[in-house]
Design a protein. Sequence first.
Length: 450
Amino acid sequence: MVALEQLNFPILSFILFIIFLHKWRSGTVSSTRKNVPPSPRKLPIIGNLHQLGSFPHRSIRSLSNRYGQLMVLYFGSKPVLVASSAEAAREIMKSQDHIFSNRPKLSIPDRLTYGSTDVSFAPYGEHWRQYLFGNKLEENENQKLWILAGEKYMCDPASEVALGRKYSDDEKDHRNFKGFLGGIMELLGTTSIGDYMPWLTWVNRISGLDAKVDRVAKQADNFLENVIQVHRDGKLKHGDGDGEFDFDMFAAGTDTIHTALEWTIAELIKNPRTMKILQSEVRQVAGIKKEIDEDDLEKMTYLQAVIKESVRLHPPVPLLVPRESTQDTKVMGYDIKAGTQVLINAWAIARDPTLWENPEEFRPERFLNSSIDFRGLHFELIPFGAGRRGCPGISFALAVNELALAKLALNFNFALPNGERGEDLDMSETFGITVSKKLPLLVVATSHAY
């Protein structure tokens, strides 16, 4: 056998050329055999990560306008299927829901949810089914959720149902509650580069991300240990102490309820005519009793339309929690491999001009004579997802949101401070797992004179 050092340069170059040609042809043949979705040009190492920007839901919509309703982005070398149309979402979350019901293993949710054992991030399987069907939300028809105006009371319904107590009663408890909750929701929307390029995991240590995750996880541990101890001491009104599902509901429920209500009030202030129609309906239905009950809410069709329009424009989670395919399949004629991560851009779908007339306008009237709902049956409006992995707390969130908005519209008139005009209200976003207003909504609320 000829030793390598005995080969002269031309022969060695020829051998390397043959190897390269073989690899190139193999890759070409392999790619031509597969009908993969279109994809933007990617950079070496990072793929398309540089194209996500500060607001991925908006950047991805711009890319999908060019590359189609179903495309592939590369997070590092990992392909991520992105669906940006109702048709594509229906195919994934209904027609092939059983194939796309898994969750990818992501390091930050894994660390914050005790090894992805909660209902939102748990992999599809027996453990997830036990928590979903064995820990259903308590829905007591006789229970009334009285909501008071002001941010700190938005957490009370979720914390009472999930943990058995309010956290607005004690100012220190409330600050701790809101502090670590905000940290959790921010981090759950943060991408760890190590999930897609494991050899760059060290970047999280240098950037401080690891330390932040550890700090928030420790705060969550301390908080829940205190809750468990209070349960053991018998000091809570109710609650069975089942950790994962309850924690999920209290964290997601608290943040999304507050975020959705803030966006709704902001849109109503920008659209004073709509605000007046809503207040007129609520006050007429409430009548002389000056209170709201569950029967009243069923009669408030305009209020329901306002809430639908608000979550259409501002879905709490614009990029639904990622899914993962469990087997090779075809979606809309494209070949999708097992283990492919899937993102569904609910925000882009809800602003699709082929589905919605003047989609950027806040116009609740579009829902008055429409059967479209957001419970996962109409894929043009999926702010809470759909299928097996749709939000299990949608009924709870809807009940709290309707009652909160109705009581605010009944009892208060709103204006911006310092004579500011509604049309000039800053509607900038800040991105996390939920998208909230960048600048907190500051309003002057005056009691309505009956």
